[in-house]
Design a binder for this molecule. Sequence first.
Ligand SMILES: Cc1cc2nc3c(=O)[nH]c(=O)nc-3n(C[C@H](O)[C@H](O)[C@H](O)COP(=O)(O)OP(=O)(O)OC[C@H]3O[C@@H](n4cnc5c(N)ncnc54)[C@H](O)[C@@H]3O)c2cc1C
Length: 434
Amino acid sequence: MDTANVRWPDSLWAAVTPPGPRLPELEGDAQADVIVIGGGFTGLSTALHLREAGVDVTVVEAMEPGWGASGRNNGQVIPTLSRPDPEDIIARHGAAGERLVALLRDSASILFDVARRYQIQAEQEQTGWVQPVHSPGRIRIAERRVRQWSKFGAAVEILSRDQTRAMLGSEAWYGGFWNRSGGHINPLALSRGLARAVLERGGRIYARSPAIAFERRNDRWLVRTARGQISGRALIVATNAYTGEFSKQLSPGIAHEVMPVLSWQMATQPLSESARKTVIPGRQAMSDTHGELYFARYDARNRLVTGGAVIGPGNKSERLKLAVAKRLQRLWPQIGPVHFDHVWNGYVGMTTDFLPRIHRLGPDAYGWTGCNGRAVALSIALGDQFAKAVRGVPESDLALPFTEPAPIAAHALLRRLAPLMLMLYRRRDAREIA
Ligand SMILES: Cc1cc2nc3c(=O)[nH]c(=O)nc-3n(C[C@H](O)[C@H](O)[C@H](O)COP(=O)(O)OP(=O)(O)OC[C@H]3O[C@@H](n4cnc5c(N)ncnc54)[C@H](O)[C@@H]3O)c2cc1C
C-alpha cells in the first residue's frame, strides 16, 4: 500500500474533524523504553497512560493516528462485548475473565473520563447505549444480559416495548437492553485528540512509517520500518484487524486469528427538527439484535450515522444508499426523505467465538485483536492495562486474559468466503429464537 499520500476514506469523520498533529516519519535509528506499533485507540491510549506514569514511549503508525478502525467506526461507546456475556467470559478465562468483565463494565466511563481529563473535544455524549430486540422471543437476550451484568454492578436495565418505543420513536422493536454508561463520540476526533495529548506529554509518534517486522535482539525489541528502526525494552502490538495490511511479516499469528470483515458506515444529511423530536429524542447510541446489524446514532450536526452490509457485484455504495434509506424509513416512517452524504468502510476483526484475543508475545511484549465491532470503549481501557503490564504490574492484577495466538486454518480462503455469512445472518434474523 502506498503511504506517501495518506488518503482518508470519504467518511463523515474525515470531513468534519480538524486535522491531526503534523508528525514525522521514522528515519534512521531510534530508541524508546516502550515501542507501540499502531496509532489507533489501543496504541494511543497505551502511550498516553505510559506518559502519565512518566515512561518514555514511541508510537509507530503506518499511516496517521486513527487511520484504522479507530477513525472509521460508528463511534458507539458500548461497555459490553458483541455476544459473550459475563458468564461466557468467566467460563473461558476464570479469574482473569472476571477482571475483564469488570474492565468492560467500566470501559465506557473510562473512555469518557479520558476525554474529560485530557480535554479532548470529540463530540462526546454519554447518553447511554440501547440494544433493542427485533423479535418478541429475543427479549430473553436482553433479560439474560441484564441479569448477568447486574451481578457485576453495571448500570443496566430491561426496557419494555413501550419504553423502547418512547426511547427510539419506532414500533420496530419489542423491548431492549439499556446501559446508562454508554454513549457516542466522533472517533476520529478522539483519535487525533489522544495523539495530541501523547505529544503534549512528551511522547513521540511517527506516522507514514509501517513497521515491517519486529524481533528480539540482545534482550531488546527491534522494530524495522522501510527507512528506519527503533529499539526498545518493551513492545505493544496494537495493529488489531489491520495487522496484515502493511506487512505480511509483522505478526502472521495475530493477523490470521481474526477475519477482517468490511463494515460499511454512512451518514445521512441532518435530520429535520421535527423528525428529531421523535427519532431517538434522547440521542442514545443504538445497535439491535439483528446479525445483519441495525444501528444508528446522531452526530453533533444531527446526522444519523448508520450503516449496513452488502455482498455481490455492482456499486456497493449506491446499493447501500437505497437499501439503508428504505430501512430507515421502515423503522421511522416519520423520518422523511433520506439522503446520504458519506459512505465509507473499515475492517472489523471477527473471531469465531466473538471473544477478543489478548497475548503476551514475549518478555515485556503484548498485543491483542478481535474487536468484533465492539471495542471503542474496550480498546481505550485495554491501553491502560497494557501500560500497566509493561510497567511490571503483576498479571494477577491485570484484566488481560492471555491466550496463545491461534491462527484460523485456511484463513485466506475463509476470508474470501466470510462476507457470505451475511446470508446466514439474514436467515437467522428472520427466525424467532427457540
Ligand atoms: C466500520 C467500523 C465500525 C465500528 N463501530 C464500532 C462501534 O460503533 N462501537 C464499538 O465499540 N466498536 C466499533 N468498531 C470497532 C472499533 O473501531 C475497534 O475495536 C477499535 O477502533 C480498535 O482500535 P485499535 O487501536 O485496537 O485498532 P485500529 O484502530 O484498527 O488501529 C490499528 C492501527 O495500526 C496501524 N497499523 C497496521 N499495521 C501497521 C504496521 N505494520 N505498522 C504500523 N502501524 C500499523 C493501522 O494503520 C491503524 O492505525 C467498529 C469498527 C469498524 C471498522
